[in-house]
Design a protein around this ligand. Structure first.
Ligand code: ATP
Ligand code: MG
Length: 419
């Protein structure tokens, strides 16, 4: 019988990859704290309505990517495809709308039924932030600055470019939408089938189409900037001014639209050319209409989400974990004593591996395999004298150390090896 396989589009994060993921999420969490964002964790599944309406019936996510099922109690639930709607739902359910501004950071798995490929999975992981209750451009600037800081802290800022656009306020967006519908209607037969369908429901998405024919048409489509009203222009100018002050460079991309329907004003993506077609590592923007759409008060919001898999593919090897110390007892009495010694060493913060069985050679081979910094050998003779033999596995040198003095000795040794 062939071994069991993971479901398509899912993967096991073996320790090396899990460590890279952890590095990404921890780096992001630490940076988010500096901006006053607090961690929130919402459920991995919600009633389907939490996602369906906010994300938009005609988006790819809702129309073909959601993992939706009826549970045993007859409730229709969906594995979260993204987390903005979940966070807003949590704000409303917990009556937090008075306490603005609200600043949340999250990290966790998301689920979309997509065609798996490099950088695209059915279960993937995101970090993200949401800043609710601030209508002014400072909020946009700060969340972008936070994204930039995280990329810097991960050492990949040079490989990623910030692309920026504005979708304007609802009035500008409506005017532009009409212009787009007029333009594309005149060339309907040249549009892909998907985009013909999008024309009524979500014409902005045509700009974002991956079909080459659509892209050619989109290149000549009316420009959003010609349809922005005064207020929208001013808002965008202030966002750009703030980014300039912070020395955050960006490229204007007039075709950048977010896939989700509730975005207004600032839209942005941090993109790289180093990951092939799946080059967007962070995507976000302002979503002033969302909270109201979900039954809450008028409450502006801005945020972003980043794919941990894609970020982890860009980062170098994370710092090696602290190298372990291998304990090698010889004989029953030493083995019993080693259990206690191991705990004392762990109290001192050392990573300790107790070789579980085998003769001296076997245990030393294992110490080697796990990259141990040192081995502590303890036999009946040493036990009687209250000492252990400490072998430096890098230099091969050996010395005797009093059992009481093992912790400081080993701490000094492992600290020296820290990068
Ligand atoms: P794409 O255009 O790549 O499909 P998207 O617009 O659907 O992205 P968002 O919904 O904005 O993506 O999600 C934010 C980020 O989450 C993306 O920029 C990407 O890094 C990551 N992401 C989205 N979908 C996947 C997936 N299926 N697998 C891995 N990462 C993903
Ligand atoms: Mg997508």
């Amino acid at each position: 019988m062939p071994p069991l396989q993971p479901a398509r589009g899912t993967q096991d994060l073996l320790p090396d990859v899990a460590r890279r993921h952890r590095q990404v999420s921890e780096t992001a969490r630490e940076a988010a704290v500096l901006y006053g964002f607090a961690e929130i964790a919402t459920p991995i599944f919600e009633f389907t309505e939490v996602f369906a309406r906010p994300i938009g019936e005609h988006t790819d996510i809702v129309s073909k990517e959601m993992y939706t099922f009826t549970d045993r109690g007859g409730e229709e639930v969906t594995l979260r495809p993204e987390n903005t709607a979940g966070v807003v739902r949590a704000v409303l359910s917990n009556g937090l709308t008075q306490a603005t501004p609200l600043k949340f950071f999250y990290s966790g798995p998301m689920f979309r039924y997509e065609r798996p490929q490099k950088g695209r999975f059915r279960q993937f992981h995101q970090i993200g932030v949401e800043l609710l209750g601030v209508a002014t451009p400072q909020a946009d600037i700060e969340v972008i600055a936070l994204g930039q800081r995280i990329l810097g802290a991960l050492g990949i800022a040079e490989r990623v470019v910030l692309e920026l656009n504005t979708l304007g306020d609802p009035a500008s967006r409506a005017a532009y939408r009409d212009a787009l519908v007029r333009y594309f209607s005149g060339r309907l037969s040249e549009l892909s089938e998907d985009s013909q369908r999008r024309l009524d429901r979500n014409p902005l998405r045509i700009l974002d189409s991956k079909d080459p024919g659509d892209q050619r048409l989109a290149a000549e489509a009316p420009d959003f900037s010609d349809y922005l009203n005064e207020a929208s222009r001013t808002f965008f100018a202030r966002v750009r001014d703030g980014l300039d002050r912070l020395g955050i460079t960006y490229r204007l991309n007039r075709r950048l639209v977010r896939g989700l329907d509730y975005y207004t004003h600032t839209a942005f993506e941090f993109v790289t050319t180093d990951l092939g077609a799946q080059g967007t590592v962070i995507g976000g923007g302002r979503y002033d209409g969302l909270v109201e759409l979900m039954g809450g008060p008028t409450m502006p919001g801005v945020g972003w989400a980043a794919g941990i898999e894609r970020l982890a593919m860009l980062t170098g090897e994370p710092l090696p974990p602290q190298r372990p110390v291998a304990l090698v007892p010889i004989g029953e009495a030493a083995e019993a004593r080693m259990l206690v010694i191991a705990e004392r060493l762990r109290d001192a913060g050392l990573v300790v591996e107790l070789g579980y069985s085998g003769n001296l050679q076997r245990r030393m081979r294992r110490a080697d395999r796990i990259g141990a910094r040192a081995a502590v050998l303890l036999g009946d003779d040493e036990l009687a004298r209250g000492i252990a033999t400490l072998r430096d596995l890098d230099s091969g040198e050996q010395c005797e150390v009093a059992l009481d003095a093992l912790a400081p000795h080993l701490s000094a040794l492992t600290e020296i090896t820290k990068p």
